[in-house]
Each structure stands twice: as C-alpha cells, then as structure tokens.
Design a binder for this molecule. Structure first.
Ligand code: ATP
Ligand code: MG
Length: 222
C-alpha cells in the first residue's frame, strides 16, 4: 500500500505501455506531483493491446523497468495491477478497481499526454471515465490539441476552472496543463537500441542497464 493511499491525498496516476519507460514519462509525473503539491504520482503499466506483438520485451520486463525507474524517487511509485491482472488492460477496469479501493470521496486523477487524449473517444467506455476520475491532459511536443467535435464538446463541458478542483472533488473535471517540453518517445528509444545506438540520457541509467543485461529491443543483435 503506497503512502498516498493511506493518507487520503488525491490519487494521481499515469497509464501507458512504458515500452520502455523514459524521462518524458518520469519528468511529466514529477512535474505533476510538484505542481499539484501531492505526495506522489503513480505509474501504471498496461498490458499490450492484443493486436500489438511484444517482440522487444515482456510485460513483466516493462513493469520491472518502471519499478527500477521509480526506485530512487520517493515521489513516484509503480502499480502492477494491470500487468498482474488476468483480464486485458482497460482503463475502465483500472478506474473501477481504484475507486473501489480508495472509496467514493478520494480524488482520482488520470494523467495523459495530448497524443493519448486525442484518441480518447475510441477507448472502451470512455464516457464513463469522468464519473470515476478527473482527466489531466499534459502537452507533448509534436502534438496539437486539435480535438474532434465530440471530444471538444466533452472537454469544454467538463473544464476545470482551476487545479484546486482536481484536489477537492473526487472526479468529473478535465484540465489541460503545459509541461516542460521533452520530445522523447519509447518508439525513438526502441529504434535507437535496435540500430545499435545508445539511448543514454533519455532514460535512467538503471533502465538502460536493464535493457542491455536482458538484451531487450534487439540490443546487441547487430
Ligand atoms: P510509444 O512511442 O511506444 O507510443 P510513448 O513514449 O508514447 O511510447 P506511452 O507508454 O505510449 O509512451 O505513453 C504513456 C503516457 O505518457 C501517454 O499518456 C503519453 O501521452 C505520455 N507521454 C509519453 N511521452 C511523453 C512526453 N515526452 N511528454 C509528455 N507525455 C508523454
Ligand atoms: Mg505512446
């Protein structure tokens, strides 16, 4: 049980495949923790979508890298519920399980980059998320907040007036927040490693060491 869960502070989390986790994820989570002035932000790696194969590494290895990445940062935690679940990763299931665990009053806030938010209206039962959590959308280099009409209307309807609403209400608000731009992606890292180049300084050294030791993403294949 992490500290935020026992203190009653808002539970703020970021989902993703983290294939692998990188400084774009970690810096985002830390900036959000500092900006909201909360004890911690949690990273929740998901299972791969069924249509995406896992040539690079396994779910357990993605989880292990997230755990390594947050190990020396008290403000960041990792949660294994999606990877360890026997069900496919659906945000709705995760939100329901968090809500059940944290109770009806605790604020829950789901953080996602603009690229992920642009696709939200295609997620399974997406329109039920807002009853269970807030959505905090963070800027990401290379992606504009160019929303399709349904999502534009949804965003306007649920717009939070200020970040305080994310901290005082249990759910129901959408807020867009600008971050220090970091143009890092896991795709770029997988490509670098596969081409025999180092991804150093884009991710913690502990994660890069893990990739080399376990020969992930085609490391040393060339
Ligand atoms: P891939 O290239 O494999 O899609 P990714 O770098 O986009 O990997 P994901 O695991 O897909 O990483 O992303 C998880 C979450 O983190 C998403 O909400 C995504 O928008 C966000 N995110 C990833 N990288 C950044 C970044 N550099 N800046 C801000 N948000 C980011
Ligand atoms: Mg992505």
């Amino acid at each position: 049980m992490s500290e935020a869960k026992s203190t009653g502070a808002p539970f703020v989390f970021m989902g993703g495949t983290f294939d692998p986790v990188h400084n774009g994820h970690l810096r985002t989570a830390l900036e959000i923790q500092q900006w909201l002035d909360i004890p911690e932000v949690c990273l929740i790696p998901s299972k791969m979508p069924v249509h995406r194969d896992e040539p690079g590494c396994t779910s357990e290895q993605r989880l292990a890298m997230v755990e390594l990445a947050v190990a020396d940062e008290p403000s960041l935690t990792a949660d294994a519920r999606e990877i360890r679940s026997d069900k496919p990763s659906y945000s709705l299931l995760t939100l329901e399980s968090l809500r059940q665990e944290l109770g009806p009053q605790r604020p829950i806030c789901m953080v996602m980059g603009v690229d992920a938010y642009l696709t939200l209206a295609r997620w399974h039962h997406w329109e039920r998320f807002i009853d269970l959590c807030h959505i905090l959308v963070v800027t990401r280099p290379g992606y504009e907040l160019d929303l399709e009409p349904t999502l534009r209307e949804f965003t306007d309807r649920h717009a939070a007036a200020a970040k305080d609403e994310l901290l005082s209400l249990p759910a129901g608000k959408v807020l867009i927040h600008e971050l220090t731009p970091l143009g890092i992606s896991a795709t770029q890292i997988r490509q670098l490693v596969g081409q025999g180049h180092s991804p150093r300084y884009l991710m913690p050294d502990s994660v890069w060491d893990y990739i080399q030791t376990n020969r992930l993403y085609g490391f040393n294949r060339l």
